[in-house]
Design a protein around this ligand. Structure first.
Ligand code: ADE
Length: 262
């Protein structure tokens, strides 16, 4: 069986991925060959006996940079081994990774991911390879490995047949069926320390439950992530607004695939 999607990860620290790939949903997806993850240690492309991968920046300054003459041959060889994949390079300067970006990546057969370390890459790596630079948020990690794990985990959830229920990711927060936050969920016990499950969820009235969930989802988004809601129609502020009783999702336009991380 050939897997639906293959991730090639180029890293100096393949060991970081060991636990991540050997538990839970990822372990199952790998065992059943629904996805494939190949780890490549970039140090194997260093020709000197110390396997030097980094060097000091010209012009001075702190930290070390990944060397262009180590990284480029490594990426080129990995890409040549089969039909070249979509090449991502993790840097804090990149396009912000989000659910819509993940949906785009889930249509690929092969994704090649280049993980930086130290102060980053010699700029010529980007000039020569022209990768898509990707960031997972406005903060600085020690390297791209955690970002690669975030991409693998988010994209693999979108591969059909991986999650138990085919629909179970459609209504996740930010997803195709629901670009805002998911509603609140409850399970047994019905009451705990004086906190009860909303009555409506116990009613068995599916239409009412669906209405409650839509409303709760909208409410959660307004409170926790108002930035996801934009341009709610003018009359939504009036007392008899339909939004006060039943949210009309056609009235809410969600900010399009933002390129900046929030
Ligand atoms: N490398 C360091 N910080 C990063 C970030 N926020 N996203 C992607 N790669 C990174």
């Amino acid at each position: 069986m050939t897997s639906a999607i293959c991730f090639d990860v180029l890293t100096l620290f393949p060991g970081i991925f060991e636990g991540f790939l050997s538990e839970s949903v990822l372990k199952a997806a790998l065992t059943t060959q629904k996805i494939e993850v190949r780890l490549h240690n970039m140090r194997d492309w260093a020709e000197d006996k110390h396997a030097t991968m980094d060097d000091r920046p010209f012009g001075g300054g702190p930290g070390m940079l990944l060397k262009v003459d180590r990284v480029v041959p490594c990426v080129e060889e990995i890409q040549r081994r089969q039909k070249p994949g979509r090449l991502l390079m993790f840097t804090p300067q990149g396009r912000c990774f989000n659910q819509m970006f993940a949906e785009e990546l889930a249509t690929e057969q092969r994704i090649v991911m280049l993980c930086g370390r130290y102060e980053g890459f010699d700029e010529r790596v980007a000039e020569i390879l022209k990768p898509e630079e990707v960031s997972i948020g406005d903060y600085i990690l020690n390297g791209g490995e955690v970002a690669a794990m975030a991409v693998i985990e988010t994209v693999m959830r979108l591969v059909p047949g991986i999650l138990g229920d085919e629909d179970s990711n459609r209504f996740d927060s930010f997803s195709t069926g629901n670009r805002i936050l998911d509603c609140a969920h409850y399970t047994r016990p019905r009451e705990y320390r004086g906190f009860s499950v909303p009555e409506i969820l116990l009613s068995g009235n599916h239409a009412e439950i669906a209405r409650w969930r839509k409303n709760n989802s909208l409410q959660q988004t307004k409170e926790k992530r108002p930035d996801l809601l934009a341009a709610v129609s003018e009359n939504s502020h009036s007392e008899n607004s339909p939004l006060k009783t039943e949210p009309k999702f056609s009235q809410i336009s969600i900010i399009k695939n933002q390129n900046q991380c929030k």
